[in-house]
Design a protein around this ligand. Structure first.
Ligand code: NAP
Length: 483
């Protein structure tokens, strides 16, 4: 299937922090792929900005190497690369100073959509917003894209929202959570609300429980300092896992438009019960023969920060009363996987008797690897002699089902194009972010007050034993994390 690519209006996109890791790995290669797909207009401009002193030529060299390293097969077309680089410029700008702003302004065109991507540390968000106004770069229609983390807790998120609100209207602020840009995450809404099949069963009457797992095989890498002041709850649960939970649990919005969708997500967050301390398991990976443990990675031998967290949550509303949501995420685990399991209840009565065994339908939505869905369906085991049952997967990997020509943009590519189009559906609203912090803050405060020490777990495992017990105690088990 060949996808339709709808070109966007012409734009001037300024990337603050254009020499940084995120710009190099995701934003610039992503824009190049959109260029190759024909979505980026020929007159669009990308303007890199950071303190480093360089000219257009030096910046284009940086972009060229980022494309070679991170843009995949598209990088092989030298003509396309050079044509794309022709639309790329650079201005040295200090977010905290006064230099460079007038020169940056001279690039801006009246007829083009203006977008400013804040790919810098969060402490600079306010400075950038202020200077965009002071130097007259921002128009009433300009958009700003704000990276995570959005605050460290409720108080700091509120302060940041207030600060940005001095210079920009909420309709101009795009708080990015790249999980929402993943094809499968959007498919959650298509599957739920585009089919008549699932929605009647999508409630406490038919769903036994829901699992959301985001497992990584890597450790904290070079982000040790940041990570140690943050931990898995702030870095992953408060944003990515909460967003997934919202999309699974929310009521059907009246329309697929920004505020309808975001209103429904907000209701889910507000319906979350406070989590009991004994329903939370925190872990920290230990050393093995190949690498040092978490504490050595973050160079803090007394660190009590969690590199793993599992918890049981309840959404207290009519749809979900009594259906637990189990969430877990961690680093240095057995496999790299992000998936959601909707585990349906047993059939109310088995006509096949006890010897047929216990079988239940499970819908597994894979965000990575191999984006797709599997529905476990119970059928008869082939062969003579009795009615034995077996569960087989109805498996759909999207890349196979849609064919090799399907345009599957990376999350960042899609989200940047949404910014240009002015579509905020897949971006978090200020009140959503605050509500999410209001739910996670008491958990974090609780363990900080009690001085909880995370449980150790082996690298390459599924996390601490207690996380397995969290479900075992309820007569349930996590789906295995595959190596
Ligand atoms: P980074 O590698 O440290 O890059 C920071 C960028 O900011 C550099 O280009 C730096 O260039 C520029 N910068 C620093 N101070 C500046 C100033 N005063 N004025 C103008 N530019 C300044 O950081 P990153 O990893 O790219 O992360 C950027 C943002 O994305 C952060 O908020 C991070 O939390 C978020 N994020 C990153 C990732 C990721 O995978 N990297 C993932 C999710 C979210 P100069 O030194 O030349 O000024």
């Amino acid at each position: 299937m060949v996808s339709r690519v709808i070109p966007v209006d012409t734009f001037d996109l300024v990337i603050f922090g254009a020499t940084g890791d995120l710009a190099r790995r995701k934003i610039l290669p992503g824009l190049f792929r959109r260029y190759c797909s024909g979505q980026m207009p020929a007159e669009a401009q990308i303007i890199g900005a950071a303190r480093s002193d360089m000219d257009d030529g030096a910046f284009r060299d940086l972009v060229r190497s980022a494309i070679e390293e991170f843009a995949g097969s598209a990088a092989g077309d030298a003509d396309q690369v050079e044509a794309f680089l022709g639309q790329v410029h650079y201005e040295p700008v200090d977010a905290k100073g006064e230099s460079g702003w007038e020169a940056l302004k001279s690039h801006m065109r009246d007829h083009a959509v203006r977008a400013f991507y804040f790919s810098v540390g969060p402490s600079l968000f306010g400075d950038l917003a202020e200077r965009l106004r002071t130097f007259g770069l921002a128009t009433p229609d300009s958009r700003i894209v704000v990276e995570k983390p959005f605050g460290h807790d409720l108080e700091s998120a509120r302060a940041l929202n207030r600060e940005l609100a001095q210079y920009f209207d909420e309709t101009q602020i795009y708080r990015i959570d790249h999980y929402l840009g993943k094809e499968t995450v959007q498919n959650l809404m298509a599957v739920r609300f585009g089919n008549v099949l699932f929605e009647p069963l999508w409630n406490a009457q038919f769903v036994d429980h829901i699992q959301i797992t985001v497992a990584e095989t890597v450790g904290v890498g070079g982000r040790g300092g940041y990570y140690d002041s943050s931990g898995a709850m702030r870095d992953m649960v408060q944003n990515h896992l909460m967003q997934l939970l919202c999309l699974i649990a929310m009521e059907p919005p009246a329309r697929f438009e920004p505020d309808s969708v975001r209103d429904e997500k907000l209701k889910v967050i507000r319906a979350l019960d406070p989590v009991e301390p004994h329903h939370i398991v925190r872990g920290q990976y230990t050393a093995d023969e190949k690498q040092p443990g978490y504490r050595a990675h973050v160079e803090n031998e007394r660190s009590r920060t969690e590199s793993f967290v599992a918890l049981k949550a309840h959404v207290s509303n009519w749809r979900w009363a009594g259906t637990p949501f189990y969430l877990r995420t961690g680093k240095m685990l057995r496999g790299r996987t992000s998936e959601i399991v909707v585990a349906f209840k047993d059939a109310p009565h088995s006509i096949f008797g006890a010897e047929a065994g216990r079988h239940r339908n499970e819908l597994v939505i894979r965000l990575q690897p191999n984006e797709g869905m599997t529905l476990d369906v119970t059928i008869k085991e082939p062969g003579p002699g009795g009615m034995r049952l077996v569960d087989v997967p109805l498996d759909m990997t999207f890349a196979d089902a849609l064919g090799p020509d399907a345009d599957m943009p990376d999350a960042y590519e899609r989200l940047i194009m949404d910014v240009i189009r002015g579509n905020q559906t897949l971006f978090m609203r200020g009140d959503e972010v605050e509500a999410a912090w209001a739910w996670t803050d008491p958990m974090i405060d609780g363990w900080e007050r009690r001085g909880d020490v995370p449980k150790p777990y082996d690298p390459g495992s599924s996390g601490p034993e207690d996380a397995l017990m969290l479900m075992h105690r309820d007569g349930r088990r996590w789906r295995d994390i595959k190596a």
